[in-house]
Design a protein around this ligand. Sequence first.
Ligand SMILES: NC(=O)C1=CN([C@@H]2O[C@H](COP(=O)(O)OP(=O)(O)OC[C@H]3O[C@@H](n4cnc5c(N)ncnc54)[C@H](OP(=O)(O)O)[C@@H]3O)[C@@H](O)[C@H]2O)C=CC1
Ligand SMILES: CC1=C(/C=C/C(C)=C/C=C/C(C)=C/C=O)C(C)(C)CCC1
Length: 319
Amino acid sequence: IPEQKVVLITGCSSGIGLRMAVMLAKDERKRYHVIATMRDLKRKDKLVQAAGDAYGKTLSLAVLDVCSDESVKQCIDGIKDRHVDVLINNAGIGLVGPIESIPIEEMKKVFETNFFGVIRMIKEVMPGMKKRRGGHIIVVSSVMGLQAVVFNEIYSASKFAMEGFCEGLAVQLIAFNVIVSMIEPGPVHTEFELKTIRDVREKEYPGADPDTINYFKNVYLPGAVNIFEAFGQKPDDIAKVRSRADFKVVESSSPRFRNLTNPMYTPIIALKYADETGTLSVHAFYHMLFNMGPLMQVCVTAMKFLSCGFLRRRTISPD
Ligand SMILES: NC(=O)C1=CN([C@@H]2O[C@H](COP(=O)(O)OP(=O)(O)OC[C@H]3O[C@@H](n4cnc5c(N)ncnc54)[C@H](OP(=O)(O)O)[C@@H]3O)[C@@H](O)[C@H]2O)C=CC1
Ligand SMILES: CC1=C(/C=C/C(C)=C/C=C/C(C)=C/C=O)C(C)(C)CCC1
């Protein structure tokens, strides 16, 4: 369909990328042709199943590893006229733990994926957009790209780097009618949560001292689990996040540059800009971690209790 927009999304084997691909491919007005990419097509089944009838019609699959120049080039070369209207940079990996026990190579992999991976995509797709005087580049960043979280220093730094890069690019591209916008999720229940919270609990942390390991495992991790339980969103909430004038980020012709998905983070970001020295944020985070962790546990338990009571009441008296 000629007026259909070509949308290319990275990292569609699970989580946010998968839900974005499905949502756009199932658009009622069939406004999008989605090229859902992943580095290993053996992991396509969940997406294909969720896409249902749209698969093979408004959704096609392609292999793409954002860490490989060759793979990125091959994928874009395979697209008719190399024409991409909307590029959604979603692929990303997390990394948590004491830095003493993380090899530099592992840290570089995070930058290679979250930072250079996005730049690799943009370098390949942007020239066409500039030439056509139109396009939209979306980056799934994170609230950790705006405010770092303890023990997530490397991941946060990779997202900060992306934020800085995009601030510059957004200005440059206005003259070419190309939009740059960022999506800034807080915690989201995806495989990311399993990899960065559930799977790290039993890991060993060689090279880190016992106090740091205790601080990571017994103060940070329980706090992070609570934050996910209390404020975690679903990948669909991120795919559907609204920007200006009630349009979704992807469908808006003038989206906001930054789009937070979780209002719980608005005060945390505001705090950062309220005190340009940064001291307030550093101390507030320290206080939240050590003093509010136990309080948060009480709140989460209370919330669970209340919601169970509510559900029970609804089941007994459906009106
Ligand atoms: N979940 C959360 O709490 C939050 C996530 N985010 C961001 O959202 C984005 C999506 O993450 P989410 O859906 O949560 O996590 P998932 O782990 O569920 O999905 C990440 C996706 O990225 C893919 N990926 C990883 N490395 C590469 C690569 N080199 N080339 C291509 N694809 C790759 C994974 O593919 P494979 O299956 O092959 O590993 C997977 O499809 C990330 O950028 C993340 O930083 C931001 C804020 C919060
Ligand atoms: C807010 C907050 C915490 C944790 C936040 C977390 C865990 C956020 C996760 C965000 C994610 C996963 C973003 C992905 O990109 C602490 C340090 C426990 C206590 C202090 C307040």
